[in-house]
Design a protein around this ligand. Structure first.
Ligand code: SF4
Length: 363
């Protein structure tokens, strides 16, 4: 380990923190502490860390502002319904994060008197908080001496130490956690962790790392070996399966039929137009009516919406039709076009709702 000795560790931290003081990213959750407070607002850090799981900073920022406006404190969040929180999360994806965040807020109110806990052990008791998120909250918000290891930090550590293996392998991951802990300075741990993340996001980037301007290039074995771009080893690309769904926008007396998705599962608890597995070709009206449990008529193709997740691609074939029956039942409701925005919809169904608004009047 190239920065293992205490003198080298100190020099490494000094270089990195000097760079961070001048070049660190100005992110909204890093500004929320009181003007004379060194630490950040733990609740803001909690919210941002949940949002940043699986999502890029630039996408998170507008959601973070809106979320903090709607739910400015742990108590305000804990007091809201799950549907309310899902609605605020709409479009950000990976909705289990929203449910876990609300549940974590409720647990913080009941078990920690409304104060976000400050140790990794306490934080990891809360739903949706693993080793990385706990380390980030404890170090950023409270200055706890806790390491973090996300994709950016893994890449930086692999390059600094010329680790050519896949950082996602469990043995390598454990080694990286150890390294992330060993290089922590005695003071400014939160800033140090933020600096490592920022270095990975802006300088030590996956492609074309900017070694010429890197503040820690003197410590970097990959740069010395001319191997920076080849580390870490790229992940083998797997073919992504394509899944076809049929979505039916069913109208009755100026209202559309929507249904709530089951819990647990993908998009659990969100609302959608009636959707079934596609069978290839055009849906047969009689069979579709049987599958939906009511008679539909006047079925017309409306268009196609594509939606990509990390491990699968969806094609939604969208149809609209009319139903003879009415009334709400089970997890299904009839709503006016203008009421759709009150329900949390997966992004793909938001797009389908937009298609309905843009298509010739039907209801
Ligand atoms: Fe990354 Fe290059 Fe800096 Fe090494 S010198 S840490 S490879 S940017």
């Amino acid at each position: 380990m190239v920065v293992r000795t205490s003198v080298r560790t100190r020099r490494f931290a000094t270089k990195l923190l000097d760079w961070y003081d001048r070049n660190g990213r100005d992110l909204p959750w890093r500004r929320r502490g009181k003007s004379n407070a060194k630490a950040l607002d733990p609740y803001a850090v909690l919210v941002s860390e949940f949002m940043l799981q699986q999502t890029q900073v630039s996408t998170v920022i507008p959601y973070f502002h809106e979320f903090m406006r709607r739910f400015p404190t742990v108590r305000a969040l804990a007091a809201k319904s799950e549907q309310n929180v899902l609605r605020a999360w709409q479009g950000l994806g990976y909705y289990s994060r929203a449910r876990n965040l609300r549940e974590a807020a409720a647990r913080i109110v009941t078990d920690f008197a409304g104060k976000v806990p400050g140790t990794v052990e306490q934080l990891q008791i809360l739903p949706g908080i693993g080793r990385y998120t706990a380390g980030a909250i404890a170090s950023l918000a409270y200055g706890a001496r806790a390491p973090i290891l996300d994709g950016n930090v893994s890449r930086v550590l692999c390059r600094l130490n010329l680790i050519r293996r896949d950082p996602r392998e469990s043995g390598v991951k454990e080694m990286l956690w150890k390294l992330a802990e060993e290089i922590l300075p005695k003071a400014r741990v939160g800033d140090f962790n933020s600096a490592l993340m920022d270095l990975g996001a802006t300088v030590c980037t996956p492609r074309a790392p900017k070694c010429a301007v890197c503040p820690v290039k003197g410590f970097c074995r990959a740069e010395a070996a001319g191997a920076a771009e080849r580390i870490p080893r790229p992940r083998a690309v797997k073919a992504t399966p394509v899944v076809v769904r049929w979505t039916f926008c069913i109208a009755n007396k100026s209202r559309w039929l929507i249904e709530q998705r089951p819990v647990p599962g993908r998009w659990a608890g969100l609302w959608q137009f009636v959707t079934v597995e596609g069978e290839g070709g055009r849906p047969d009206l009689r069979r579709v009516s049987e599958r939906l449990g009511f008679q539909i008529t006047d079925l017309k193709a409306l268009g196609r919406v594509r939606h990509a997740l990390s491990h699968r691609r969806y094609i939604f074939e969208v149809f609209r039709g009319r139903a003879a029956g009415g009334g709400d039942w089970g997890a299904r409701k009839w709503v006016r076009t203008g009421e759709l925005s009150r329900y949390p919809l997966p992004r793909v169904h938001e797009k389908i709702a937009a298609m309905l608004r843009d298509s010739p009047r039907f209801v």
